[in-house]
Design a protein around this ligand. Structure first.
Ligand code: DX5
Ligand code: ZN
Length: 219
């Protein structure tokens, strides 16, 4: 079963509880939380205080995507705020293996992400330390961008690499520019989880939109 992870970056920030209710009403699998520090990416979003405040209003899996230059400093604050999985960017850390171990030691799931321009080869040494790889299919920083088509090849190659090393249990999550129109291609390429922001929250009926993505994911 392919998982659907609505990104609350595109939800109404003045009413995040309603955003969570939408995700629960549509039976979304994860809540994707985009953390940006205005340094690694040119945007500033959600900190641990906000995650802690919304935690009591959802029992869903909180999938925290750290787009920050010093993820090691934010690890414990986000774990204590109620994250279920923490994903960091390989471009931000000198010793990604150590960062994976640090996340693992907190008890939450370990994710590693890479920008569209970062070669897949860079993450290979760490694949046996992670629960998920988050492939960015847009430049990180903003919702509502167009899907970069070459990401499909990257997803396929990652699938082959995971098979080769008997690491099929590692989840391939894809983030950016996914709409109902291209979700099939992303799934066929081998994605296990789809992050969808504007494709859900900027639609007329976000709950129904999640249900449509879930239906696609079931086929
Ligand atoms: C971009 C974020 C994404 C974003 C996806 O930096 O990591 O999670 O919210 O939004 P859409 O689906 O609108 O591209
Ligand atoms: Zn994200």
């Amino acid at each position: 079963m392919i998982k659907i992870a609505p990104s609350i970056l595109s939800a109404d920030f003045s009413d995040l509880r309603s955003g969570l209710d939408i995700c629960m009403a549509g039976s979304a699998d994860y809540i994707h939380i985009d953390v940006m520090d205005n340094h690694f990416v040119p945007n500033l979003t959600i900190g641990p205080v906000v995650v802690k405040s919304i935690r009591p209003f959802s029992s869903s899996y909180f999938d925290v995507h750290l787009m920050v230059t010093e993820p090691q400093k934010l690890l414990n604050p986000f774990v204590e705020s109620g994250a279920d999985g923490i994903t960091f960017h390989i471009e931000t850390i000198k010793d990604p293996g150590d960062m994976c171990d640090k996340i693992r030691s907190t008890g939450v799931d370990v994710g590693i992400s890479l920008k569209p321009s970062t070669p897949l080869e860079n993450i290979i040494p760490f694949l046996d330390k992670v629960d998920r790889v988050l492939i960015m299919s847009v430049e990180p920083g903003f919702g509502g961008q167009k899907f970069i088509d070459s990401s499909l090849e990257k997803i396929k190659s990652l699938n082959q690499i995971l098979n080769k090393y008997n690491l099929e249990k590692v989840e391939i999550e894809v983030d950016g520019g996914i709409k109902l129109e291209n979700a099939d291609d992303v799934i066929s390429a081998g994605a296990d989880a789809l992050v969808v922001g504007s494709g859900i929250f900027k639609s007329e009926d976000p709950v129904n939109q999640i249900i449509k993505f879930k239906d696609l994911a079931r086929l």
